[in-house]
Design a protein around this ligand. Structure first.
Ligand SMILES: *Cc1c(COP(=O)(O)O)cnc(C)c1O
Length: 431
């Protein structure tokens, strides 16, 4: 496989974009080599500019649960594009998408659309602070909630990959109210609430942590978050940018049957266009301007193209019974891992974990990690080898060992088998 044209384009790009990219993890910094430059995608396939074809498990980092260029999404978009790309004024599409989202997650009273997950988490925190009149909040080590200043402490894939524990350019004041606690650590949370309970505006959590590899919540962890925030009148925010519309119809809150006070959505809900949302209880959301005094605005918020892509995607998810099909594929992957990797799993050469359509392999660990500290014990050297072997075998995952793999509606048993067999071969070679 040759990557000549990708290399040429990246060499030019490095002169104009820092690191040649518009988002750090795309630079292949943690896996080495030249980033692939893509030209088009169809279904489960991605094609790079050199004409190489890959089965894609990156899903544009999550949104493309239906695969690339889904005909229903394309049809809806081409119809809308003739009407207008933007108005900066209300459209019925916004109402339709909001009602559709509510039909998936009925506990949401009110919501607001924005353009990125970053904007949504930043704004949700502002509203939670306005609603409680408190400043402090709790964030878990290794969880990623976008790149707003207050969240940039030990913040998931991009930052951990690059070994930056905290970003430069963030003033001390911007993070002094951020309290970091290890994921899954109930005792640490009890301590923090005992010391600061009446000052804590919110807990923000990835209900399944999918930006430090894949770390599932332990039994009772999410229930504990629900109880302790109730007790201290703090706001529980589920950042479901990854898990929303993916784990189940009701996202992680539906999957685990724990109802937070606020939700953050992004990725799938924009169907591949820039759209995100935050919402929750009316008593909290009514603090938002123009009803209340917490300000947040957006020129392109609720953009008609993004609303259209989101609507078409959610509509198609319903029509195709996507969650059932994804679970079937997940179980096939479980069986393949058992069949091809069982010995290596036993020996601690690799551990495999899956939650619904997220999957992840950790190399060189004795048990499946339960927090960020344990995630960082994984063998990145072997991961890099596996990563490049995947590429050579026509398999594309997000270029970082701290990323999850995404099963899409389009994957077949053969795709999954290839993915697992590459791992087997690389572990054997590494002996
Ligand atoms: C991707 C992601 C974000 C940030 O969303 P952007 O649209 O990239 O700003 C926030 N939270 C989680 C859990 C994410 O996975």
């Amino acid at each position: 496989m040759q990557f000549k044209l990708s290399e040429k384009i990246m060499n030019e790009s490095r002169k104009i974009f820092p690191g040649g990219v518009n988002s750090p993890v795309r630079s292949f910094g943690s896996v080495g080599g030249t980033p692939l430059v893509f030209s088009h995608g169809k279904g489960k396939y991605l094609f790079d500019v050199d004409g190489n074809k890959f089965v894609d498990f990156c899903s544009s980092w999550g949104p493309l649960i239906l695969g690339y260029s889904h005909p229903e999404v394309l049809k809806a978009l081409s119809k809308q594009i003739k009407k207008s790309i933007t108005f900066g004024a209300p459209t019925e599409l916004e109402l339709q998408l909001a009602e559709k989202i509510k039909s998936f997650v009925p506990e949401i009273d009110m919501l607001r659309f924005v353009n990125s997950g970053t904007e949504a988490t930043m704004s949700a925190l502002r509203v939670a602070r306005a609603a409680t009149g408190r400043n402090k909040f709790i964030k878990f080590e290794g969880c990623y909630h976008g790149h707003a200043d207050a969240f940039l402490i030990k913040a998931g894939s991009g930052l951990s990959t690059f070994g930056i524990s905290s970003s430069a350019g963030v003033p001390k004041g911007a993070v002094e109210d951020t309290i970091i606690v290890p994921y899954n650590d109930i005792a640490a949370l009890e301590e923090v609430f005992a010391a600061h309970g009446k000052d804590i505006a919110a807990i923000i959590v990835e209900p399944v942590a999918a930006n430090m590899g894949l770390v599932a919540p332990k039994n009772e962890f999410l229930n504990f978050l629900r109880d302790i925030t109730h007790k201290h009148h703090s706001v529980l925010i589920f950042d479901e940018v990854m898990t929303g519309f993916r784990l189940a119809r009701g996202g992680a809150s539906g999957f685990y049957n724990v109802v937070p006070d606020m939700w953050i959505f992004g990725k799938i809900m924009g169907g591949g266009l820039p759209a995100a949302a935050y919402g929750g209880k009316e008593s909290i959301m009514k603090n938002l301007a123009p009803l209340g005094r917490a300000y947040q605005a957006g020129t392109l918020s609720g953009n008609p193209l993004a609303m259209t892509a989101g609507l078409a995607t959610l509509h198609t998810i319903e029509k195709l019974n996507v969650y059932e099909k994804l679970e079937e594929k997940g179980q096939i992957l479980d069986r393949l891992v058992e069949k091809y990797l069982a010995t290596f799993v036993e020996q601690g050469r690799v551990k495999y974990t899956r939650v619904a359509s997220f999957f992840c392999f950790f190399f060189g660990v004795q048990k499946i990690p339960e927090n960020y500290q344990e995630v960082t014990q994984a063998d990145m050297h072997l991961f890099k080898k596996v990563y490049h072997a995947w590429l050579q075998n026509g398999i594309y995952l997000g270029p970082s060992g701290y990323e999850v793999g995404f099963l899409s509606y389009m994957h077949t048993e053969n795709d999954l088998k290839k993915c697992v067999q590459v791992i087997k071969k690389q572990i054997k070679n590494a002996r």
